[in-house]
Ligand binder design. Sequence first.
Ligand code: NAI
Length: 484
Amino acid sequence: MTKIAVAKGDGIGPEIMAAVLSVFDAARVPLDYEFVDMGKWVFDKGYSNGMTPEAQQVIETNGILFKGPMETPKGKGVKSVNVTARKTWNTYANKRTFQTLHGVDTVFSKAGIPIDITIVRENIEDTYGGIEHMLTHDVALSRRFITRPGSAQVIKYAFEMAQKKGARRITCGHKANIMKLTDGLFLEVFYEIAREYPGLKADDVIVDDLCMKLVSRPDLFDVVVLTNLQGDIVSDLCAGLVGGLGFAPSANIGDHISIFEAVHGTAPDIAGKNIANPTALLLSGFGMLRHLGLMEAAAMMENALLYTLESGIHTGDFGDKATRSVNTTEFTDAIIANFGKLPANHPKPIIADQQATPTHFRLSENPMLESKDLEPVTIVGVDMFIESNLQPAVIAEKCLHHTSDLFKLVTISNRGTQVWPKGSSFTNLVNTYACRFETIGEVSATQVDILELYKRLSADFKICSTELLNKWADKKAYSLAQGQ
Ligand code: NAI
């Protein structure tokens, strides 16, 4: 028996979790459940991360968490337990599979266009770091971290998974045409890793074009890997393609701990009524069983679910409104009664169980700390973000007083658009400017040089933020302002 941690969740969580576990029990799935306390009532008891220390201990020991949706209390300054769990245990890959389910009518199922898309979303970095500051009363800043090792981790997972599932194509969705350094780094790592998988067709699509193509020809895509925020949006778009959130399973995969949950939330509007649709959590559960190598039971139960959907049995949130909907318990009983039956469309092959690779070892070192990039780095300037409601020419004049033999003022930008030395009187301004100082002749500066410039400039301006301008060998490690 494999031990896993189970958290029932809030709202409809306990109902749909009970439904899924009753299907598992009827199929005699060899799992031992250790129920843990996480969610709203744990926050209410005063645990600020939404889980008890015992829950954390059990999850870290077992390495697998199967969870229902959880509510984040509003306005108490607490962070979502769902996000905390994903980050604490470094579940860096969020895998969501979207497939045509016969019996769940969508535009594409009616048009006979089959969908089978797996979205792999980076789960830790990007703007989801939540590193945000108000620079002035008018200007909020979010820091977006995209890292080489973080990107490599999730992209490597996506390629491995795509290869294992015999994917036709793996696509990187990105916005590297605009965000040349952040999305550019993600895309660069994608193609570096693609070289290790010559048998897989790897390509890339700009994320807006990807969205357009997904809603017009979703059948052309197989595995798509994206950064966190873009992946979040694109995966909900894909949920819409196959019938909505009630059919969207999710796996948060890490090297040590993995979390399996439905994409939807606690559905407070229907909680306690025994009418929720357990399909998304069931599909997440099947993903978990496959992760654990329990292939046969997963395929048998998934076929029973697909057969049940094909036969028109449905909860109130989908299906033919002209036929009576069933409640959660009746839906679950119907699946159990259909054990052993095969759906007419795309039955899952029954394959033998596999040995799961044990993964949940503790970190004894942080392998991602070591950068393999050994190019020499020099500081060649600094961006000083200042608060001011003066016009660019006046700001420039003040800044020029503080330049020296070492630094020259190169450009001033506002919201990323150059406004000095050249600019347009049609550019609207807000009260944070970025003043870029570079060293004359790109000679190397020290942090003390930067501090001295900071000190001089602070006589005239409030400096809200600074960013060093680094150069690696002869490559600038910073972007240019629009128009620079
Ligand atoms: P929601 O997904 O809970 O509900 C949106 C709509 O979909 C509602 O009308 C709901 O009745 C319906 N719905 C959702 N799941 C359903 C199911 N299985 N069967 C039938 N209908 C279903 O999203 P909402 O209302 O934005 O969030 C409610 C709470 O859930 C919030 O506290 C939010 O923080 C939390 N949440 C938790 C997540 C997690 O634990 N991973 C994910 C998303 C939201």
